[in-house]
Design a protein around this ligand. Sequence first.
Ligand code: ZN
Ligand code: ZN
Length: 341
Amino acid sequence: MRARDYYKTLNIPKGASDAEIKRAYRRLARQYHPDVTGDDVRSTERFKEITEAYEVLSDPKRRRSYDLFGAPSPPGAPDERSPFSDVADIFADVMRRASRRTGPEPGIDVEHALAVTLAEAATGCERTVDVDLTRACDQCAGKGYPPDKPPETCPDCGGSGTKGGGFPLKRSCGRCDGLGSIRRYTCRACAGEGQRKVPERLKVTVPAGVDTGTRLRLKGKGEAGREGGAAGDLYVVIQVKGDERFERDGADVHTTLKVGLRQALLGGKIEVPLPDGLAVMTLPSGTQGGQVFRIKGKGMPRLQGDKPGDVLVTVQLRVPKQLSDDARRLIERLAETVPDL
Ligand SMILES: [Zn+2]
Ligand SMILES: [Zn+2]
């Protein structure tokens, strides 16, 4: 089994949506379709690769298998397959679009995962992320072919992209598929993509109150657009790391506090962990095991800026497991005056 990275082939992130996959394929297919590139062997090879990648990634079952095992399951029966996997349909569409000369096309949005601690989520933080931004290739100005070797005018249609008499007899030129030109050379720097990956370190301001799944948008930091289209956006997807002391419920945070018998009986001040520090709480005398105290406003902030959540402290009684003979006698005596002990 070939160990080919289908995501790389389509130039998309691992978590790309069906729509992103389809769009990436559509774009690349339009570039590398043999009818467009003529007899350029490298382009034909590339075209086969992207089609193979698309066939696997557009089929949910095969994609899952590929994600898990690095190899796709064999193609399913036609009725099991996703409606996306109909390559022929896309093609018709690709060619229709090609013949229309689509013009500016906005860049694809991309995602980047960022893990933060609960404390960072509570206070907000500044972080940097290293990403590979897709930017127009500087060697060919995003054209995909060497500046000194532009596509040749299609000999069959003379560059008009159409053949035949006047309307309605006019039809798309089969040689160049309506493009009017045939690309014979590809830019080496970007392998004809017109785009290259450029590493960049970006500053991300994580606002207080983020939760797992919160998406922070960095405008224009997605893939570059084509033909002058605007760049897509980068979404930083937050993952809040687990903190064993806390359980988060939206803006509220639950925690368990171990309290010794003496403190439960007599009451007193006790330290309670908060997501971003400590609080001192006063326990009343006669605190019961399982009793819940609410510390208002000390939970997680809310992104919308409303009042922060609360910390709910559940008391767990700490009972000594072993007693000395002396202690046992004292407690027996105590029980004579404290009936509930
Ligand atoms: Zn280039
Ligand atoms: Zn032509």
